[in-house]
Design a binder for this molecule. Structure first.
Ligand SMILES: [Zn+2]
Length: 253
């Protein structure tokens, strides 16, 4: 990893078959309120700045290509398989990506939502999930684990997971919680209308079959740390930071 400041999870970083990074808002070229490493074209930031920022990220991790989605808080999962990937892609409307292709970096864009990384060291498969509270409500994490099982033969117990910087329990107030959250989320309500979304995600991963010691949680609240990360709740009009994962190896495209 060169130059650009980023965070890495201790367990994931110890495996030399993959590269991952949670980039901060530092190290890019965008101007306020998108300063500086904004990776979303769906803002009023200048597209040429976003393109430059994407190039900075691609260079930093040494990827041949960087794939991202039009994130819509839905349940679509994009599967990119080595056997039928010719190198061309368009941003699809989806909220998760799974791949077994080396040198193809998967990027999720966030400003309070969770970027959740998954890695199967046995099958050599990675996934990157955009999971906001709506993603928790529809349990996209379980859908992704199920897809990794059905498409690549992964075993949930082999998977390593990492939950990135995102809205913490300190700032996760949902005044409409009775309307928007299922009853089962109530046990994660730490005080009136405040929910621990990190623990909801951990719980959903455990329910999907993962082992607790394979799950890492950054424990960093984006709204409390706007000097480092973009926060939609904290700032309103702002950028999106990047969480990226990639398998190392010879590219097949
Ligand atoms: Zn907070």
């Amino acid at each position: 990893m060169k130059r650009v400041r980023c965070l890495q999870f201790p367990r994931l970083v110890s495996d030399d078959r993959l590269i991952h990074a949670v980039f901060t808002r530092e190290g890019g070229v965008s101007e306020a309120p998108y300063n500086t490493l904004n990776v979303s074209y769906h803002t009023d930031d200048r597209p040429e700045f976003v393109s430059k920022n994407l190039e900075i990220i691609r260079d930093a991790i040494g990827a041949k290509d960087l794939v991202f989605m039009n994130q819509v808080h839905g349940k679509e999962i994009l599967v990119l398989r080595q056997q039928d990937f010719d190198g061309s892609w368009e941003p699809a409307s989806a909220d998760a990506m799974i791949t077994d292709i080396p040198q193809l970096a998967l990027m999720v864009k966030q400003a309070d939502c969770q970027g959740v990384l998954l890695f199967d060291p046995i099958k050599g498969v990675v996934a990157n999930v955009h999971c906001g509270w709506r993603g928790n409500v529809i349990n996209i994490l379980k859908s992704v684990v199920d897809k990794m099982k059905s498409e690549f033969g992964c075993l949930a117990a082999d998977l390593a997971a990492a939950i990135g910087p995102s809205l913490g329990p300190c700032c996760s107030e949902f005044v409409d919680y009775e309307k928007i959250f299922p009853e089962a989320f109530r046990r994660f309500m730490i005080r009136k209308a405040h929910f621990n979304l990190w623990e909801i995600s951990r719980h959903q991963l455990l329910e999907a079959g993962l082992i607790n010691k394979h799950i890492e949680v950054a424990g960093i609240c984006t709204r409390c740390r706007t000097e480092m990360f973009y926060s939609f709740r904290g700032e309103g009009e702002t950028g999106r930071f990047a969480t990226v994962i990639m398998l190392k190896g010879e590219p097949s495209f």
